[in-house]
Each structure stands twice: as structure tokens, then as C-alpha cells.
Design a protein around this ligand. Structure first.
Ligand code: R5P
Length: 285
């Protein structure tokens, strides 16, 4: 098996290859003067099963993925597995207003043209993957998040909304601590309201878990509600640290005690590795 690291995910791909004990090949990626994407795999052939590790966010990385899919096939790849650590457009999984596209489906149908298997991590809506014709699996980061925080003396694990309650349960059960969820209302793309916490937070060290942090609005509001309810410490761990604009600076500069995320997207706080769980899934076939 050969692991090909796209430009979004080189460190993760390298770590996977080292765990699996297989060859790692780095795809070169540059831009033409007009901004178009250029990629090249500097190998004689790829006459083996090939795993491409590359995000489909932001847009340039999606284009690079399409190009890599074509390149590996031309180079003789037998079975092509796409590992898409952070799947862009997954949140637009349905037509919310007439005239909109079903963006997540569009992405799947195009990616579907060049793959035999798809692996994602905590995709926003798992059902999106059913738009692929090939076998697919969405892996859960709960295991590595729980492991990372196991010695942190957390008293309670919470999700910011009911939609992520299963994640809080999964992490809480693995850590052996209680779990619950807050009540969130989304007011706009950037504003959310979190209802005052109903659970007893007084004197507690709380870990908030979520699939992703984008603007940081959800986490700031949730952490504020928990501090107001008497929490002594609030940490946050998400799978995908998208951190648009200056969200990471706002979060690390706030009263949050820890801000951590997985290495599905590279940033200063992506210290929780999902390489092991992806490698396990690949081994299982
Ligand atoms: C929402 O359903 C997601 O699970 C996240 O809570 C949300 O996408 C986070 O976005 P933001 O950081 O912009 O509040």
C-alpha cells in the first residue's frame, strides 16, 4: 500500500504511513501564474493500493484532490481510498431555500468518479456519504479526544447542543465521567444563543466537545453560560478546528482554559492525532 499526502494533510499522511509501515509519497503542489492548481507525484508508478489523504476544504484543496485522483489512476493505482479528514461542504447537506444546490451531494458525486473507498472523520452529517457508490466509513474522534483528556480531572463533558449530544456521551463514557448537553439556538451564521445551563456546574471542571469550531461563536457562548453557572474551568475539544477569521485568537485569549482540536486540519492547537484510528480502519479493509 502507498499513502499519498496531499498538500492539506502531509503530516497526518506521514504519521499514518509510519503507523502502517508503508511507503509515503508526497504530492508536490504549486500554483500556475493564473492561480490554477498544479500537482505532481514524482514516482515511476503507483502499481499498488493507494490511499490519498487530502481535505476537500478550502476550495483549492478540493481541486487538488480531483487532480490527485486522476494522477494516481494514471500511475497504475489498483484500489484508491480517499481519506478526507475534513470534508468541505458537508454542512450544506440539503436544500434549505428554493434555488439552492445540494452542495454536499455535488461534492460526493464528483469525488465518486475516482475512488473505491472513502474514509472521513466526524463528517457533519454521516448520511452525506451515502451519495458515494463505493464503501465508506465515518470514523469518530471521541476515542482520541477522551484519551487526550483522561488525566485532566474533568468532572463533566458537555456538548453545546442536542445535535452533538451523542459525541458528549461517547467521550464522557470513555472517560468515565457524567455527560450532558446545552441548548443552543442559532440566530445567524455567526450568532448563537445558549440557554442558561440547567445542570449543576458549580465548582466543576467542564470539557465541551463539538465536531467543529468555525467562527467560535458557539463555544464562546457555551463557555460563558458555564462560567455564569459556576464552572471553575472550561476546556474545549473539537474534531475540526476550522477557525475562520481570528476565531482561534479570540478563543485562546478568552477565559477558556484549553482549546484543542484534532489534526484533521493543521493549526497551532491541532495536537490530538487521528492517524491511529484511520490506520486501524485501513488495516481492517
Ligand atoms: C453545528 O451544528 C456544529 O456542530 C458546530 O457547533 C458549529 O458549526 C460551530 O460553528 P461556530 O464555531 O461558527 O459557532
Amino acid at each position: 500500500m502507498i499513502i499519498v499526502g496531499g498538500s492539506s494533510s502531509r503530516d497526518l499522511a506521514k504519521e499514518m504511513a509510519s503507523i502502517l509501515g508503508c511507503k509515503y509519497v508526497q504530492a508536490a503542489s504549486t500554483r500556475f501564474p493564473d492561480g490554477e492548481c498544479y500537482t505532481r507525484i514524482d514516482e515511476e508508478s503507483l502499481d499498488d493500493d493507494v490511499v490519498i489523504v487530502q481535505n476537500t476544504y478550502p476550495n483549492d484543496n478540493l481541486i487538488e484532490m480531483f487532480l490527485l485522483q486522476d494522477a494516481v489512476r494514471r500511475m497504475g493505482a489498483k484500489k484508491v481510498t480517499l481519506v478526507i479528514p475534513y470534508f468541505g461542504y458537508a454542512r450544506q447537506d440539503r436544500v434549505f431555500k428554493p434555488g439552492e444546490p445540494e452542495s454536499a451531494k455535488v461534492m460526493c458525486r464528483h469525488l465518486n468518479m475516482g475512488c473505491d473507498r472513502v474514509i472521513t472523520i466526524d463528517i457533519h452529517k454521516e448520511a452525506v456519504l451515502d451519495h458515494f457508490d463505493c464503501p465508506h466509513v465515518d470514523l469518530k474522534a471521541a476515542e482520541v479526544i477522551a484519551d487526550y483528556f483522561k488525566d485532566s480531572k474533568i468532572d463533566l463533558v458537555l456538548s453545546p447542543d442536542i445535535g452533538a449530544a451523542g459525541r458528549a456521551k461517547d467521550v464522557g463514557e470513555r472517560m468515565g465521567v457524567p455527560y450532558d448537553h446545552l441548548e443552543k439556538t442559532r440566530l445567524s451564521g455567526v450568532d448563537v444563543r445558549i440557554a442558561p445551563a440547567k445542570m449543576d456546574c458549580t465548582g466543576k471542571r467542564i470539557l465541551i466537545v463539538d465536531d467543529m469550531i468555525s467562527t467560535g461563536g458557539t463555544i464562546i457562548a457555551a463557555a460563558q453560560a458555564l462560567k455564569d453557572a459556576g464552572a471553575v474551568s472550561v476546556s474545549v475539544a473539537c474534531t475540526h478546528g476550522v477557525f475562520v477569521n481570528n476565531a482561534l485568537e479570540r478563543l485562546t485569549g478568552s477565559f477558556l482554559d484549553n482549546v484543542l482540536c484534532c489534526n484533521t486540519l493543521d493549526n497551532e492547537v491541532s495536537h490530538i492525532s487521528v492517524a491511529g484510528i484511520i490506520a486501524d480502519a485501513i488495516r481492517k479493509g
